[in-house]
Design a protein around this ligand. Structure first.
Ligand SMILES: Cc1cc2nc3c(=O)[nH]c(=O)nc-3n(C[C@H](O)[C@H](O)[C@H](O)COP(=O)(O)O)c2cc1C
Length: 153
């Protein structure tokens, strides 16, 4: 299976990149930043992952714009993943729903989603060294590995 991952980590902690690296290792996938090279890789892939940190309740704009710029997915398998400072709200304004909907609207077949907390040093949190100081944790990385193994099977 030819897998590719399109991801962007904005914070200096690279939280989402840590998750991307684990998933990529399990899938034997290449990692690309959103852009023309990534678009070529997506076109050639059987399975595509899209991931970023959550900024202002959503995936990073560059990733959302990249998805919007893609041609129709034509049933290609896709998954998404994210890290965030706080848990995803249980009902309203769920961080990851927009990405799932955008991928489905493009014609991808969404086969899974992964989320965990990430070190968050935004604004005042930075004054106390951040929240979720050790996230993603070793357990989060194990969960990401299990998620990827499930995708591969
Ligand atoms: C400007 C800014 C906005 C953020 N907005 C949110 C948010 O709306 N919800 C949340 O849970 N975390 C939020 N965070 C925390 C990030 O989602 C978290 O640190 C994430 O793990 C960063 O991922 P990255 O290292 O891959 O960029 C925000 C962080 C920053 C700096």
């Amino acid at each position: 299976m030819n897998s590719t991952i399109v991801t962007t980590s904005r914070s200096p902690h690279g939280n989402t990149r840590k998750i991307a690296d684990v998933i990529a290792t399990e899938l034997g996938a290449q990692i690309h930043a959103p852009g023309p090279e990534a678009a070529t890789a997506v076109a050639a892939a059987d399975l595509v992952g899209f991931g970023s940190g959550i900024y202002w309740m959503n995936f990073r704009r560059s990733l959302r714009e990249f998805v919007a710029s893609l041609p129709a997915g034509e049933g290609k398998d896709a998954f998404f993943f994210a890290t965030s400072g706080f848990p995803q709200p249980p009902v309203l304004a769920r961080y990851m729903d927009g990405m799932q909907q955008a991928l489905e609207a493009k014609g991808f077949r969404v086969v899974g989603g992964f989320h965990c907390r990430g070190l968050d040093t935004m604004g005042p949190f930075g004054l106390i060294g951040g929240v979720n100081k050790s996230s993603p944790t070793a357990s989060d990385l194990e969960s990401a590995k299990a998620f990827a193994q499930h995708l591969a099977s």
